[in-house]
Design a protein around this ligand. Structure first.
Ligand code: ADP
Ligand code: MG
Length: 337
């Protein structure tokens, strides 16, 4: 027998899952991103036992045609890109075609979906299709992921406490909601509602739902643009700070990202107004031509390469320093509710 052989599909998918679905919060991220990419206006997320028992996501998006639903569960199968040059103009959150095959290889997954005509329901267990049947033709998709990591016990062992895993899910949903104020989100855990946003495309309202009105009343609107970069968002007044940089959220073309240079630009925008070791609460939305960013750097796409990072940093810095210097802007922020 030859020594070298291709791995069976399910094993290959489980290996990919090692990168894409580290924990329940990563499943939530991938599935909510799919719902956003499908043009949903409402996304309802239900969690049981910190996502290990159940993660259920109901959206009212485009749905999948019954003839294509099994293709969606194949590795590298996507409707979002088709050719090489598409990689440099990605507008969707997904494009790698990895989430559904990866998640379904390490859990039990039921998907009910319809484009508005016929509906279909498929069941996968450990990557294998176990049933496919006609279903209700409600436009949109419901996906239920249960018994996460039931067949990868090593992964299960690495879960933190239920509270920590739930906090990570909640944090992830908050970030997704902030990145997409035009979508109405709800998050319910073990029957308790943790977040509800209106979907009225009002970032300040979303921040209010997450942080509370008192916090939001101490935030200032920022805005700046040049030829091909737009910067918008809200930053806290210097008196409202946290002990960690984690409250500085960066959203690039609708995608929540981590970026050291831009985070530094936010802090620099405060000049000497922050105390040592204190950081603002802020949400910075940056929109640029997708050709200027490379999102194909990391499987979870939280790190991206930005070709005009210096120009964006300068604009972020300017937007914040101007807003904080101009106190007249403060009442405006509160009024726009
Ligand atoms: P990707 O998002 O990178 O394309 P996924 O494995 O996450 O890969 O999804 C595969 C495909 O299944 C998507 O390209 C999309 O066409 C379809 N899909 C997945 N989830 C949804 C959803 N909630 N609504 C509509 N289509 C979906
Ligand atoms: Mg996806």
């Amino acid at each position: 027998m030859a020594k070298i052989h291709e791995l069976p599909t399910i094993l290959a998918n489980q290996i990919a899952a090692g990168e894409v679905v580290e924990r329940p919060a990563s499943v939530v991220k991938e599935l909510v991103e799919n719902a956003i990419d499908a043009n949903s206006t409402e996304i309802n997320i239900t969690i049981e036992n910190s996502g290990l028992k159940l993660i259920k996501i109901v959206d009212d998006g485009d749905g999948i045609d019954p003839t294509e639903v099994k293709t969606a569960f194949l590795r590298h199968a996507t409707s979002k890109i088709s050719e090489q040059r598409d990689l440099f103009r990605v507008r969707s959150l997904g494009f790698r075609g990895e989430a559904l095959p990866s998640i379904s290889s390490v859990a039990k997954v039921r998907m009910q979906t319809s484009t508005g005509n016929e509906g279909v329901e498929v069941d996968y267990q450990g990557g294998k299709l176990v049933s496919e049947k006609p279903a209700e033709a409600r436009k949109g998709t419901t996906i239920e992921v249960s018994s996460l990591f039931y067949n990868t016990p090593a992964r299960l062992k690495y879960m933190s406490s239920p509270n920590t895993e739930l906090a990570r899910i909640s944090d992830m949903v908050n970030r997704l909601a902030v990145s997409h104020p035009e979508v109405a989100f709800s998050l319910t855990s073990n029957g308790k509602e943790l977040l509800r946003t209106s979907g009225r495309d009002n970032l300040l309202q979303v921040l209010g739902a997450i942080y509370g009105m008192k916090t939001v009343s101490k935030m200032v609107k920022i805005s700046a643009s040049d030829l091909d970069i737009q910067v918008n968002g809200y930053v806290s007044l210097p008196e409202l700070t946290r002990a960690s940089r984690n409250y500085i959220s960066l959203i690039l073309n609708g995608r929540y990202i981590k970026n050291f240079g831009l985070t530094k630009a936010v802090i620099s925008g405060y000049g000497s107004k922050l105390m040592i070791g204190r950081y603002p609460i802020s949400v910075i939305e940056v929109n640029v031509d997708p050709a200027l960013i490379d999102v194909n750097v990391h499987p979870t796409k939280q790190e991206v390469r930005i070709s005009n990072e210096t120009a964006i940093s300068r604009l972020v810095y300017q937007a914040i320093s101007t807003a904080l210097a101009d106190k007249r802007l403060i009442p405006d922020a509160a009024e726009s509710f």
